[in-house]
Design a binder for this molecule. Structure first.
Ligand SMILES: [Zn+2]
Length: 381
């Protein structure tokens, strides 16, 4: 079988869409008018991703407020916030360039998604000619909606976690029911959990293992056959061409991450300083039997934060090197992250989101070509 290749999920939203979102937040246009612009961006994303030759595609998350907040609010500014939430939650991340992103705060129960990822997928299925993947948010990220200390009166932490696990399971099941071939769970908070940033209190609480345990409460509800197509994405963040935790040694994170009983992992790697070191860690800690499924390591071969387009030869060489440490039947390729996990992202290193979109499709094409070349070189084409 040729080496599989898969994107993480998002693409930069066109400047026109970002302007429409601002207009919607300001009350200058209606939700129906915003949807027209979203529809157009989704169609363009799907058509152009299909044209790269990619075997599996997504809608570029053009309708989502962000990879983490899509179940909770219509826009990143908080328009249409779900019930029992307030806007002023904890930071989920403070990025290296100084900007931050904040989560809402839970004020009471019950916790319920307002939007499921399948709501977007159902629209994408109507347009796509290729299999679709869908990214969903991890329960570990949304567990940060509950205040770090103390209990919400009338809604215990354990009741919240129960409701959260049910909602996350439903989010994934609905994606498969709507036609997703694969569903990957965004787990950017995993690496950040090892950072201990004093400005961001939750990162200092050694929460990684409890995150892994919580995520397994959802993953373990699926059969081995289903888990083959359930993935986990890890990265050091990717927003406004900046990261939040790339100084964290993967050796502190990967051994815990591979304890999750998922069938595949989308691992940021192209932008790592010492890739071979991380390939080796993946080879050592990924399992060929995670309660009935082999864990396939999709290594990052494309850096979405850097406007320079990788060549297919670079992609091929990365995969051939990785195959020294990871069995080729458990090897895949991916991008280091979504190209714009948050809807509002000017992509400063690229000059504009529209330029960044053009660059993204070129990068995806290189990934597809280079992966094909690696399959040939490794004798699995
Ligand atoms: Zn990411």
């Amino acid at each position: 079988m040729p080496i599989p290749t898969e994107n993480v999920g998002s693409l930069p939203r066109p400047a026109k869409l970002q302007a429409a979102i601002a207009d919607y937040d300001a009350g200058r246009i209606t939700q129906e008018e915003l949807k027209v612009v979203q529809d157009e961006a989704c169609r363009d994303s799907i058509e152009r991703m299909e044209a790269t030759g990619a075997p599996i595609i997504s809608d570029g998350e053009q309708r989502a407020s962000s990879f983490a907040t899509y179940p909770l609010a219509d826009t990143l500014a908080g328009t249409g916030l779900a019930d029992n939430l307030a806007g002023d939650g904890q930071y989920f991340a403070i990025f290296t360039d100084g900007h931050h992103r904040q989560l809402p705060r839970l004020t009471g129960g019950p916790f319920k998604y307002k939007t499921y990822a399948a709501d977007y997928l159902k629209e994408a299925v109507k347009i796509a000619h290729k299999p679709l993947k869908q990214a969903v948010i991890a329960p570990s990220m949304l567990s940060l909606l509950y205040p770090l200390d103390g209990e919400i009166e009338g809604y215990s932490r354990e009741q919240f976690l129960k409701d959260l696990v049910n909602e996350c399971e439903k989010d994934i099941r609905q994606c498969f029911e709507a036609g997703a071939e694969r569903v990957s769970i965004d787990f950017t908070e995993g690496r950040l959990a090892c950072k201990n940033d004093p400005r961001n209190p939750w990162t200092g609480r050694k929460m990684l293992d409890s995150f892994v345990e919580l995520n397994n409460r959802v993953i373990d509800r699926f059969s081995p056959e289903e888990r083959k197509n359930i993935g986990i994405h890890t990265c050091p963040g990717g927003d406004c061409d900046s990261t939040h935790s790339d100084e964290v040694d993967y050796a502190d994170m990967l051994p815990s991450m591979f304890k999750m009983n998922a069938g595949y992992f989308l691992i940021q790697l192209a932008s790592e300083k010492d890739k071979e070191y991380v390939y080796k860690l993946c080879g050592e800690h990924s399992r060929d039997d995670a309660n009935g499924v082999p864990q396939v390591c999709f290594i990052g071969v494309i850096d979405p934060l850097n406007p320079t387009v990788e060549t297919p030869e670079q992609v091929r060489d990365d995969l051939v090197t990785a195959a020294k440490y990871i069995p080729v039947e458990r090897l895949g390729s991916t991008d280091d992250c979504g190209f714009s996990p948050f809807s509002i992202d000017v992509k400063p290193k690229h000059g504009s989101p529209d330029v960044a979109r053009d660059v993204a499709f070129q990068k995806i094409e290189s990934r597809v070509k280079g992966t094909q070349m690696a399959s040939e070189e490794l004798g699995v084409a």
